[in-house]
Design a protein around this ligand. Structure first.
Ligand code: MF3
Ligand code: CO
Length: 246
């Protein structure tokens, strides 16, 4: 069901608050020397400690709680014994389930001190997410969100990944409608009060083409350029929106 009641959105807001807490702890744990599997273990512990359930593990066979995509990896990278090094950037993409309702959010974090150009990629990608979020209100369209994200990223000289999109979210992680990070103003489905969506720009320093490993899930830039990814879960309410994971 695309339209959620006020009561359901308030449960999704609780889910979002828990997810925000876990991602904040994960951000603090990102340091040179830690492995991406350590981060997965921490994420799982913190979700369970809050009485919530992990979401991604088992979803279409995904084997972990967290996605840990480093440098040219865009999204969906399995945690492993990979040791983070000073100067890396890592996308931490996490979901959880609270009282049957899903929440989904991602941040990209620098490991120690990172290059100025990597810093800029993170800043522009997060800004592009917020430009998209600013379009989220009843009567606007899915295309308004995509156009705003795309304009901000491309103006900075970056690529907008086309192969994956944001999505509706509710009792299932992925529900209609798809929320592309590119598009045309006033086009696509109209947003309505009660919809809940995940907006998640994936932005590349070079070309937006990606390779997808069908067995290990990893999505990487084809040209090896750095990529960043930020995501929030957002409810559409009477006169605007509420970011549930902020
Ligand atoms: N935020 C990602 C997405 O919406 C998380 C999915 S990872 C998966 O696609 F393993 F759960 F698929
Ligand atoms: Co998502």
């Amino acid at each position: 069901m695309m339209i959620k009641s006020e009561q359901e959105i308030s449960i999704m807001a609780e889910a979002g608050k828990k997810l925000k807490f876990v991602l904040t702890e994960l951000r603090k744990a990102v340091k040179p020397g830690i492995t991406t599997l350590d981060l997965n273990t921490l994420a799982e512990r913190l979700i369970i400690e809050q009485g919530a359930k992990v979401s991604f593990k088992g979803y279409q066979g995904y084997p972990f709680t967290l996605c840990t995509s480093v440098n040219e990896e865009v999204v969906h990278t399995f945690p492993s014994d990979r040791i983070l090094e000073e100067g890396d950037i890592i996308s931490l993409d996490l979901g959880l389930i609270w009282q049957g309702w899903q929440s989904d959010s991602a941040i990209t974090v620098g490991v120690g001190k990172i290059a100025e150009e990597a810093e800029r990629l993170l800043r522009i990608t997060e800004e592009s997410l917020w430009k998209g979020i600013a379009q989220v209100k009843p009567g606007n369209t899915v295309g308004d969100i995509g156009a705003a994200v795309q304009e901000h990223a491309e103006k900075a000289g970056y690529g907008v990944v086309r192969a994956l999109t944001g999505h509706g979210i509710g009792t299932k992680l992925h529900e209609p409608p798809a929320i592309p990070n590119f598009g045309k103003k006033h086009k696509g489905m109209s947003l309505q009060e009660g919809m809940v969506i995940a907006v998640e720009p994936m932005i590349t320093m070079g070309h937006y083409n990606v390779d997808i490993d069908p067995k290990h899930w990893t999505v990487k830039t084809k040209d090896g350029s750095l990529a960043a990814h930020f995501e929030h879960t957002i409810a559409i309410i009477k006169n605007g929106h509420k970011v549930l994971t902020a």
